[in-house]
Design a protein around this ligand. Structure first.
Ligand code: SF4
Ligand code: SF4
Ligand code: SF4
Length: 507
């Protein structure tokens, strides 16, 4: 047995172990990308696992460095972490992929756009309705009055026009009718008062009701809906969306004006949390609302929407300079998350952006690769009533591995800036499809060699190999074979262990 210390902690491991083995036996989480125990161990390339040994200036990969007696390893120091981050940023300098699609990132209401589109394209309308309604409580309204920034961002826009995302959302909403009744968690016994029955207040009410809380919404108008009532909407659209909230227990108290018919200090003892979701609150004299506060104006935390008065939250047009219905709907969802966190006694932080790498502008030929199989150009007018055809135009630019990509997880943990080393040169965008099976995106490959080693170990007749040299090296099938030739037996295993979305199943 060999004794050493890692981060000042003593550890004893069998002779022949690596520093990574020793670190893992201590429960330390050293990231690895190109290492796969029992298959590929000794040729490190990603450098995500570097550590400092015995104070050396040079860092070494822990996956291939053998332990020696008395070794002193530093695995968590700021310089080691910075080196790992730099190694990851170098990988992203040559990485071509959208982890999250541009349309998804642009939606202020947080609709799961690509997944919704894929369900519609597959004709799974009940599932599409449930997904849309779970995420957006006003799809009928937003399907008509949203400014559709998703379509502005849609990758296909630069080629032959965006996917008609708003039309798809609208047609799913119209189809929903009364078919969808949201499932709610068991009653929590907690009560929330929401002041303001516009897009933010009602959206917050919906998500809090779904979590099992009792919600009462107050508004100075007789009917709920706020500024959405002033929008040019076909009859019944707003009511149909609001009906979903009524179905799960919305308690509405109309013609009740805060500061006139009731005060904040009257509400607070009766409810476990109060949400202010009325426009212009940021400029309001707080004391006029009947609150025993010393400040003249409400201070709102940008971290969790809680105001300077504990248990009172504020969001939506309260804190925004202008009204955007989709953003207001999205704000309601975030407010609900913050209030639910408060009621459960846990802290919530909003505004944490998910990590994503981004494909730069593509050439026409690269667009053709991306579009493979997607429906051809059609105008929105031609697509009315044809949501499934419209959905078939989406080219699935979100990464198929986004939820289990090891590279992305590690990048997020290390605060990686994927553009830190962005340069002029980039790889060509390419997708290689094995019909009905594996799809290979060379732009997402980090040349870890795991698939090459798996194929070799399984004695694939042709297998995979590295082609080229230096920075331009890439994984490919020898003798110009197809992917199907190279991966006859072991494709699924390669997909499972690929640390990125370079190898995935065509879904
Ligand atoms: S392979 Fe990973 S890092 Fe690359 S685009 Fe896909 S999810 Fe993002
Ligand atoms: S092509 Fe599809 S996934 Fe890509 S941005 Fe457009 S709608 Fe979103
Ligand atoms: S395709 Fe192969 S070499 Fe490339 S990242 Fe995936 S497993 Fe590694």
């Amino acid at each position: 047995m060999i004794k050493l210390t890692i981060d000042n902690r003593p550890v004893e491991v069998p002779d022949g172990s690596t520093v990574l083995d020793a670190a893992r036996s201590l429960g330390l989480n050293i990231p690895t990308l190109c290492f796969l125990a029992g298959v590929k161990e000794n040729r490190p390339s990603c450098m995500a696992c570097v550590v400092r040994v015995n104070g050396d200036t040079r860092l070494v990969p822990s996956c291939s460095t053998r332990v020696t007696a008395g070794m002193v390893v530093a695995s968590e120091t700021p310089d080691v972490k910075a080196a790992r981050r730099a190694a990851l940023e170098l990988l992203f300098s040559d990485h071509l992929g959208d982890c999250i699609s541009v349309c998804q990132r642009a939606c202020p209401a947080h609709l799961q756009i690509p997944e919704t589109i894929r369900l519609v394209a597959a004709g799974k309308m009940d599932e599409a309705i449930a997904l849309v309604k779970e995420n957006i409580v006003f799809p009928g309204v937003l399907g008509r009055i949203c400014r559709a920034p998703c379509e502005q961002g849609c990758r296909r826009k630069q080629y032959d026009g965006p996917v008609a995302i708003q039309l798809i959302e609208r047609e799913v909403a119209d189809l929903a009718g009364q078919r969808y009744v949201p499932a709610c968690a068991p009653a929590t016994g907690k009560r929330v008062a929401i002041v303001g029955a516009g897009a933010t207040g009602l959206s917050a009410a919906f998500f809090l009701l779904k979590l099992g809380h009792r919600v009462t919404v107050f508004d100075d108008h007789a009917e709920p809906g706020g500024q959405m009532r002033a929008a040019a909407l076909p009859a019944g659209v707003l009511e149909a969306d609001i009906e979903t909230i009524r179905q799960i227990g919305l308690e509405y108290r109309g013609s009740q004006r805060l500061g006139q018919n009731f005060t904040l200090d009257e509400l607070r003892p009766q409810y476990d949390a109060v949400v202010l979701a009325v426009g212009g609150m940021a400029q309001t004299d707080y004391r006029q609302l009947g609150a025993a506060a010393t400040e003249r104006t409400i201070r709102i935390s940008p971290v969790n929407f809680e105001t300077s008065v504990p248990g009172v939250f504020a969001g939506g047009t309260c804190i925004r300079a202008s009204y955007d219905p989709a953003r207001s709907v999205g704000d309601g969802k975030l407010l609900a998350e913050c209030v639910a966190g408060h009621l459960a006694g846990r802290s919530v932080q909003i505004g944490v952006k998910e990590f994503t790498s981004t494909i730069p502008k593509l050439t026409t030929e690269e667009y053709r690769q991306l579009l493979n199989g997607a429906n051809s150009a059609l105008t929105v007018h031609e697509l009315i009533g044809e949501a499934q055809t419209a959905a078939g135009r989406c080219c699935h630019c979100d990464c198929r591995a986004a939820n289990d990509c090891k590279l992305r997880v590690v990048a997020e943990n290390y605060g990686v800036n994927p553009k830190a080393f962005a340069g002029e040169h980039r790889r060509a965008f390419e997708i290689i499809r094995q019909p009905g099976g594996v799809i290979f995106e060379p732009g997402k490959c980090i040349s870890c060699g795991i698939c090459v080693a798996i194929a070799a170990q399984a004695q694939e007749p042709l297998g995979l190999t590295f082609i080229g040299r230096g920075f331009d090296v890439k994984v490919g099938v020898p003798l110009a074979g197809t992917l199907a030739d190279g991966l006859q037996k072991i494709g699924a295993e390669c997909v499972r262990h690929c640390p990125t979305g370079a190898l995935e199943f065509e879904r």
